[in-house]
Ligand binder design. Structure first.
Ligand code: HPA
Length: 236
């Protein structure tokens, strides 16, 4: 058994899978945040792990960068392994001028220049939206814990090094909060397969101020965000 990109056995994944882009972050979360985590797949060095958080089963797996890569893993997890909740744990570049480094952006919607959701939707514009239960649970928990959180639209770009120098202004004019590269794809596939998805992104750099997280801030900030998400949706 297995899929072209995942070698786990049926039942190896929990209902909820955290999806960082970086496979090393997935291993780090498995080793330092979860209890009793075991590796369940490692095709192309993309590790997937299942352990527990406060006694509840949960999995974590890297997706690689960009909608095409994240869509492969997300689709196989939902379609072949019965995963119900896909939660992207990532970073975004800040667009809104009042965002600070470390703020958490909950992607209520994901705009995009990718064609994947038009491919799914006969060329029409699909509103790529988060699961409301996941979104409200994380937003509520963040507010309760006094964590700075913003809920709104992100932009999932295909090209990290895009050709249009005015893109940031265009996004800001439509009140996009941050830019990243996966949310719209995950939301589209979740809709197609009847699953739930949420992208939770810490602001790691700001496209207007050019402020940037240090590697230590990135590590610590993302670890705190992962614990917040787990408390909100797994142990709740
Ligand atoms: N662009 C795209 N994705 C990102 C960025 C960015 O500036 N920062 C973090 N993820």
């Amino acid at each position: 058994m297995g899929t072209p990109h995942i070698s786990a056995k049926p039942g190896d994944f929990a209902d909820t899978v955290l999806l960082p882009g970086d496979p090393l972050r997935a291993a780090h979360i498995a080793n330092t945040v979860l209890d009793d985590a075991v590796e369940v797949t490692r095709v192309r060095a993309m590790g997937g792990y299942t352990g527990t958080w406060r006694g509840q089963r949960v999995s974590v797996m890297g997706t690689g960068m960009g909608i095409p890569s994240a869509s492969i893993y997300g689709t196989e997890l939902v379609r072949e392994y019965g995963v119900r909740r896909l939660i992207r744990i990532g970073t975004c570049g800040g667009i809104a001028s009042d965002l600070q480094l470390g703020d958490i952006v909950l992607a209520q919607g994901a705009s995009t220049d990718s064609g994947v959701n038009r491919s799914r939707f006969k060329g029409m514009d699909f509103a790529a939206i988060a699961s409301y239960p996941l979104l409200s649970a994380v937003a509520e928990r963040a507010r309760r814990d006094g964590v700075r959180v913003r809920v709104g639209n992100v932009f999932s770009c295909d090209l990290f090094y895009g050709p249009d120098p005015t893109l940031v202004d265009t996004l800001a004019a439509m009140n996009i909060l941050g830019i990243e590269m996966e949310a719209a794809g995950l939301y589209g596939l979740a809709a197609q397969y009847g699953a739930e998805a949420l992208a939770v992104c810490a602001v790691s750099d700001h496209l207007r101020t050019h402020a940037q997280w240090s590697p230590e801030q990135r590590q610590n900030g993302l670890d705190a965000m992962v614990r917040l998400v787990l408390d909100a949706v797994v142990a709740a």
